[in-house]
Design a binder for this molecule. Structure first.
Ligand SMILES: NC(=O)c1ccc[n+]([C@@H]2O[C@H](COP(=O)([O-])OP(=O)(O)OC[C@H]3O[C@@H](n4cnc5c(N)ncnc54)[C@H](OP(=O)(O)O)[C@@H]3O)[C@@H](O)[C@H]2O)c1
Length: 229
């Protein structure tokens, strides 16, 4: 089937905070810092979207993230609810994220860690909000070691944040974009079978994607978010 008859699927965006210079993201299944401002940024970007995470990260958060579709990867069945979906493999995680995004007219979903999950999806990720936390050397057992070669990625913007009452360390948030984004194209019959809700939402989703340039994955209104932090 030609691309003309297929629709672009939502794009994968990632958020990650890592220590500078050691690239540590976690220790004993928790975050090595408290950064209230960064958490607010995380919340404002991901709210009302699908978020994909590993079982260990889900446990470390301790509850489903509210007003988001929490897709949790685990090889063992997980108790599901309206806001928590179990994905036994990466392909199911993407399928669930696509379904939620189409039904809710979202152009992107989020990969939110931890280390194993970033490694599984790193080839799918078109945009990263990277928080470099100025901790200096610290201990940790989970890392995010991805490098951003300027031939493959460009920095759309960066913003520095000082240490504050709600932030243990100063940090920088960078918005990093893949130069040649990875896009998936599907027809509705290919993947979503006979779910009537998806069929109803499809036309609106398709029209929305036709209006969006393929290389623009970040929602325009979200670009302003950092200004308000
Ligand atoms: N700083 C940050 O931005 C950030 C963000 C998120 C997390 N973290 C930190 O990262 C650490 C956790 O990372 P992690 O790498 O240890 O764990 P993780 O990626 O959160 O979860 C790993 C689990 O995901 C499941 N999984 C992995 N591959 C799978 C596959 N192919 N199919 C099905 N399930 C699969 C397995 O669950 P089962 O064992 O149940 O099968 C595996 O044990 C914590 O310290 C957390 O605080 C930091």
């Amino acid at each position: 089937m030609s691309r003309k008859n297929r629709t672009r699927m939502p794009s994968a965006t990632s958020l990650v905070a890592r220590s500078f210079p050691d690239k540590i993201i976690g220790i004993e299944n928790s975050l090595p810092w408290h950064l209230g401002t960064d958490l607010r940024h995380f919340k404002e970007r991901t709210i009302e979207h699908a978020v994909i995470m590993g079982r260990k990260t889900f446990e470390s958060i301790g509850r489903p993230l509210p007003r988001r579709c929490n897709i949790v990867l685990s090889r063992r069945p997980l108790e599901e609810s309206k806001f928590v979906k179990w994905a036994p493999n990466p392909e199911t995680a993407i399928l669930l994220a696509d379904q939620f995004s189409i039904l809710n007219l979202k152009k992107e979903f989020f990969i939110i860690g931890g280390e194993e999950i970033y490694n599984i999806f790193h080839n799918y990720i078109n945009l990263i909000y990277l928080t470099d936390v100025n901790t200096g050397p610290i201990n940790g057992d989970a890392k995010f070691e991805m490098d951003f070669d300027s031939r493959e990625w460009w920095f759309r913007f960066e913003r520095e944040f000082p240490r504050s009452d709600v932030d243990d360390y100063s940090f920088r948030i960078s918005c990093i974009v893949r130069r040649k984004p990875f896009h998936r194209f599907l027809s509705k019959a290919e993947r979503f079978g006979t779910d009537p809700n998806i069929w109803q939402a499809w036309e609106r989703y398709e029209a929305m994607m036709e209006r969006t340039k393929p290389d623009v994955v970040v929602e325009d209104e979200q670009l302003d978010l950092l200004k308000d932090l």
